[in-house]
Design a protein around this ligand. Structure first.
Ligand code: SF4
Length: 434
């Protein structure tokens, strides 16, 4: 029987170190690879570069199921931030952004189909960097820019800085029905130390109370691995996040190597999952806990990624993923200077086997069904016409022996231990599957 992932007991450090030793022997990875967040790597060297003409011919008329809109602006760059952003820009750049965005949305509307558009996710950057009137135009472009008859979710990421009740009410008024706030930490000293100025714990707690009056579906993000952050500090953040009583909580990790040591990804996830699963939350992913699985707090965009649905990225540096192709828009500086467009260097066609690996590992990272902590084999067969065990026999056997995966009843699921090593599984499946 599979262990129950909705109750994660803290796993002793010695046991985790032993697993790491076995994994390292099978597939040695540098400290950078294990800690870097390679899981977010969009493509691999084995994907085939293709021309823009070939891409456009292949995707014309594609049915888009998910849209991501990237707003690039932030007040300042937090020290750990690796996102494509534009810092401290004035009104002229914001207007340029909104004009380009309007054009991009119109072009996309003419080029693709939207009969089953399920989700729109707006992120950044900090969308609420925009002043009220700018935010109104931005929201209107999005909410009125697409056929929304089948839309299940329209959500937006916000930061506590530059956010007030007027902006929150405006977003709710435009139909956003899920909001996620990047808190990162409640510790004012750690925020200061990491260049995240102007955000206080008191202000964050007050804003979440306001969010609750307007949004049924609230998620917050915490961040492990910040400079000067100990496990004790992180545990303190867990307690404060629990007190917020929101629908869902994520724990992200700083992407760069943890320069100051002491708190690694596995240890942070071990404590995160155990604390929240023992305090009324269910586990929905290696880094997300939720009040009730697949209800409020659930992110449709993540489900779309797990199913390799067609994703259209709009705005600077936004990623798209459709019909087996991946590509990224031009970066913020170019977008705000010369205008919208696809970055031709990023266009790649994913090999079938690479698509399969991606599908399998996303299923292991984001649980899309209430009762499966990983992959339903039938879903995979429906998508690719083959059995995942035939495609990844050696890898699945090894991970089963290492105690990370379990395969039975037509499912391949991660164990409680396996959830702490999804970074490793990710590298293993996408970079070393030959
Ligand atoms: S608020 Fe978020 S997107 Fe902006 S600089 Fe900080 S981490 Fe990066």
């Amino acid at each position: 029987m599979k262990d129950n992932t909705n109750h994660h007991e803290l796993i002793p450090r010695g046991e985790l170190e032993e697993i790491l030793r076995v994994l390292e022997e099978e597939n040695p990875m540098s400290a950078t690879e294990t800690k870097h967040g390679n899981s977010y790597h969009y493509g691999t060297s084995e994907d085939t570069p293709v021309s823009k003409e070939r891409l456009l011919a292949a995707i014309k008329g594609a049915e888009i199921e998910d849209i991501y809109v990237h707003s690039p602006f932030c007040v300042a760059r937090c020290h750990y931030c690796t996102y494509p952003i534009a810092v401290g820009q004035g009104q002229d750049k914001v207007l340029k952004f909104l004009d380009e965005l309007a054009g991009e949305i119109q072009e996309a509307l003419d080029f693709f189909g939207y009969s089953d558009l399920k989700s729109i996710h707006v992120g950044g950057g900090t969308p609420n960097y925009l002043e009220l009137q700018e935010l109104e135009r931005f929201s209107k472009l999005i909410a009125q820019g697409f056929p929304l008859q089948n839309l299940r979710q329209m959500d937006i990421e916000v930061s506590p800085v530059n956010l007030d009740e007027e902006k929150i009410a405006l977003l709710a008024g435009f139909g956003f029905n899920r909001i996620s706030m990047g808190i990162q930490t409640f510790d004012d000293g750690i925020n200061q130390r990491n260049g995240r100025f102007n955000q206080s714990a008191e202000q964050v707690i007050g804003l979440v109370e306001v969010l609750k009056r307007y949004f049924p579906n609230i998620s917050v993000d915490l961040l492990a691995g910040q400079e000067g952050q100990s496990l004790h500090d992180l545990s303190d953040d867990f307690r404060k996040a629990l007190d917020l009583d929101v629908n869902s909580i994520y724990l992200y990790q700083v992407r760069q190597a943890f320069r100051h040591g002491g708190l690694d990804e596995v240890e942070a996830l071990n404590h995160f999952l155990s604390y929240f699963s023992q305090n009324g939350y269910e586990i929905l992913s290696h880094n997300q806990v939720i009040k009730k699985r697949n209800s409020d707090g659930y992110c449709q965009q993540r489900e779309g990624r797990a199913k390799l649905e067609n994703l259209l990225g709009i705005g600077p540096a936004a990623n798209s993923e459709m019909q087996g192709y991946i590509f990224t828009n031009v970066p913020p500086a170019e977008y705000l200077r010369s205008g919208k467009g696809i970055n031709a260097q990023t266009i790649k066609m994913k090999q079938k086997r690479n698509q399969k690996a991606l599908y399998l590992l996303r299923a292991l990272r984001y649980f899309t069904r209430p009762d499966v902590d990983g992959l339903l084999v039938g879903d995979y067969q429906g998508k690719f016409g083959t059995h995942p065990y035939d495609d990844f026999k050696g890898k699945i056997d090894f991970m089963g022996k290492a105690g990370l995966l379990i395969m039975n009843d037509g499912k391949i699921e991660v164990t409680s231990k396996g959830m702490l090593f999804t970074q490793w599984i990710d590298n293993y499946l996408t970079r070393h599957y030959k």
